[in-house]
Design a protein around this ligand. Sequence first.
Ligand code: ADP
Ligand code: ADP
Ligand code: MG
Length: 458
Amino acid sequence: MFEKILVANRGEIALRIMRTCREMGIRTVAVYSEPDANSMHVQLADEAICIGKGASSDSYLRIDRLISAAEITDVDAIHPGYGFLSENSHFADVCQSCNIRFIGPSSKAMNALQDKQVSRSLAKKAGVPLPPGSDGIVESEQEALSVAKKIGYPVMIKAVAGGGGRGMRVAHNDISMIKGYHTCRTEADKAFGNAGVYIEKYIENPHHIEIQILGDNKGNIVSLGERDCSIQRRHQKLIEETPSPLIENKFKSLRKAMSKAAIRIAEAAQYTNAGTVEFIADDDGNFYFLEVNKRVQVEHPITEEVTGIDIVKQQILIAMGEPLKIGTPTLTGHAIECRINAEDPFDNFRPSPGRIEMYYPAGGQGIRVDSHAYAGYTIPPYYDSMIGKLIAYGKDRREAMERMSRALGEYMITGIKTTLPFQQAILQDPNFRRGVYSTNFVEELLSGGRRELIEEKA
Ligand code: ADP
Ligand code: ADP
Ligand code: MG
């Protein structure tokens, strides 16, 4: 049994993890940067330790300081949350060598799935379909052009080390290919310290559908079903839902097929703990492997709502060496999540850090708010702009949408700009309501003269 866990993260996910710890009778240690001193995760934890200045590289990414904090407070385990060091296999190794359990997959499994190109070959070996593309890293402009010629435009140029929707470019012809190839490499080198890029076919009318898996140390792996995350802006998710309308309305057999494929990949990597296998599906019901996220996912609560399973609790139990006691759950009802970002949707989604004046979260039946925001809280400029997640549950999609729409109208945050009015506009859109959308949806909404709809709602 773990008695004490250090949470190596901040914001809503740190709170989310501490809530489960408290329910399990496990004490918690928060770490925080100087500007986060008044943060909710510091207030909710049993103990808190300052680990440096505002920049992540001076605090949340400092392995030495995290380990010192863990040793001083004598914790049994570290939960890394998402982002920061959550997918850093070196960090997992350091924890292990200091006799601190890392709540996540083994560093070996992480390494097998780290590089996107390497995980593509693993998926291929496991017999899972991939978007057609290059066989490895594309080393030259010439090679890029010949791959594109073979698979046909449009194609995507992707950084092997990319993440968070960054390090990706679509090319429609040789000219944009040559330009994109070089820019993508330069940007990838700057952002991820790795200039390697590969090329894959751009799937038209793409649906982002991912499978949540859990694996224990005895080789049992289960799928908790899918999440449809096609409502994205610039490859970043804005709204997620489960079940996927594409699967429910059109391709019922996909859930099983994708779950099987996800489990095959996890088995090939000897994966343990929580993970998400991301796929792209097209309008004909084909699906292709994208990548594995080797951590708890931002949008995990919608799966919790329709399965009744506490995913963080399962992560902790697995890390303690417990065998999985759950089978494949049936999905009951429908859940939708909106990521509330401190961004101005009327000014090209410009980040809007600053002081929250008034704060009133939505409530009522079927509503869950996972957020670290409160009145008087100042959002520091250093980190992700997400300040909360609004989750609506209903007996069916219609009820979940009605509750979401009602809750978006109730949620009050003043002093800063948020994405709330934009999400309200999406909830009113006839195509969204019918469940007919692809990852092009947001671009179409923004360019289709629908602005007045959004402005009216603001
Ligand atoms: P999710 O589907 O869980 O939201 P994302 O890919 O959007 O997954 O990433 C979640 C968090 O992790 C975000 O805070 C994002 O900025 C961060 N992140 C993911 N991959 C990387 C990466 N390679 N480098 C830096 N940050 C990343
Ligand atoms: P990240 O690590 O940044 O999350 P992903 O490979 O998961 O990168 O891709 C992020 C998003 O980019 C996907 O959800 C999808 O919208 C889009 N995308 C990625 N690959 C393709 C593709 N081959 N065809 C169409 N869209 C894609
Ligand atoms: Mg992804």
